[in-house]
Design a protein around this ligand. Structure first.
Ligand code: SAM
Length: 357
């Protein structure tokens, strides 16, 4: 998924740096999980994984990739589906269910259509161009069907989150935004006018079952213990909740009150202390002080709001600290979320060995 700070392309370099610095262990806490890309990687590499994020959309991804540990069978649901979709013997149960969602549910003029399509918002001075009318109605239909199946016990909790993750990953491929959702584009991106299709996620079946949380991760410091804590906090003032509000609303589907041109939901309880210069370093120190781990890794970059020297001085109070830097063409969208450009920055990995002072 396109997500600010997604570490997919850096995983090998992070892992190699860990190995070069003798960071070993069997359990891993992905403290700011986002797309769950890091948690997934460590689950695949045999670690016991914990993950957490303030956003519920991230929790859905974590539940699907980290907590779920089997191919969903949809035992209760499949016998109830009518035959509108041809079900070849080769298709997996997930493919069969997605085939049904793609072909056999009636479009609905629900919350997403009414608030994020042009037809649904034509009464506004600036109608919202997040989704085509057809796609918004399709997304409502799919989201409502998944919820109906869950509330009627036709899908298990794991199956529910796998379906929500398929929906969220797929929606992000059909939205008319330049990266983030803080603004919609005023012309249709070719991607957004293609007919919406819900696609399967690549499941992450591992030997170990992970545990996912949807909370301020600092609240887990008293309970979660792992060999390695991996911190990938926001680097600047831009909060994640407003930048991904549409995906959050599709995930929660809770009919929130919306504000402004972009139809933003309230995110006052999802603000991160890492997005404020005045609070970021103190928050990081609280984590270091209370973390039940042997090694703490922090991904950051040389343009972040916490100065490198302050981070190093503080970390050195808690353990032997090493800074590794990688050159990286980082994804950037401008302050209105309107344009993308690539910018070379130094991606940093701070490694704190809490066993050595
Ligand atoms: C840089 S992104 C993480 C990206 C992630 N590593 C990936 O590869 O997708 C930072 C994440 O931290 C989350 N976040 C910020 N402050 C948080 C907090 N106090 N507790 C939990 N999550 C937080 C944001 O919602 C966002 O998803």
């Amino acid at each position: 998924m396109r997500y600010i700070g997604n570490k997919t392309k850096l995983l090998d370099r992070i892992y190699n740096a860990m190995k070069e610095h003798g960071i070993a262990g069997g359990s891993f806490f992905d403290f700011f999980s986002g797309t769950a890309s890091v948690a997934k990687f460590f689950k695949q590499n045999g670690y016991d994984v914990f993950s957490s994020d303030l956003l519920f959309m991230s929790y859905c991804l974590q539940r699907a990739y980290i907590t779920n540990n089997m191919e969903p069978e949809f035992k209760a649901l499949l016998p109830k589906l009518n035959n509108c979709c041809s079900q070849s013997l080769l298709e997996s149960p997930l493919d069969k269910v997605l085939c049904f969602l793609n072909n056999c549910v009636e479009k609905k003029h629900g919350f997403i259509y009414k608030n994020y399509s042009v037809a649904g918002t034509k009464h506004l001075k600036q109608p919202r161009m997040y989704l085509s009318d057809e796609n918004a109605a399709k997304i409502d239909a799919v989201r409502q069907t998944i919820e109906d199946w869950y509330t009627s016990n036709l899908v298990t909790e794991d199956e529910y989150y796998v379906l929500l993750a398929c929906l969220l990953e797929s929606v992000s491929l059909f939205t008319n935004v330049a990266g983030v959702y803080a603004a919609f584009q005023k012309k249709w991106d070719p991607r957004a006018i293609k007919p919406f299709v819900i696609k399967p996620i690549e499941l992450c079946i591992g030997k170990k079952t992970g545990k996912a949380y949807n909370t301020n991760s600092s609240e887990l410091l008293a309970t979660v213990k792992a060999d390695i804590f991996y911190l990938d906090p926001p680097y600047n003032e831009r909060q994640y909740a407003p930048n991904y509000h549409l995906l959050e609303t599709i995930a929660k589907y809770d009919n929130p009150e919306l504000r402004g041109v972009t139809g933003m939901r309230d995110y006052s309880n999802q603000k991160s202390a890492f997005c404020r210069k005045e609070t970021a370093l103190a928050e990081l120190e609280e984590i270091l002080k209370n973390a039940k781990c042997n090694y703490l890794l922090l991904s950051y970059n040389n343009e972040g709001i916490m100065p490198q020297e302050d981070i190093l001085n503080m970390m050195n109070k808690y353990g032997k600290t090493t800074l590794v830097e990688f050159n990286y063409a980082r994804y950037k969208s401008n302050s209105n979320g309107e344009a993308d450009n690539k910018k070379a920055v130094k991606e940093q990995l701070y490694i704190v060995d809490l066993l050595k002072l």
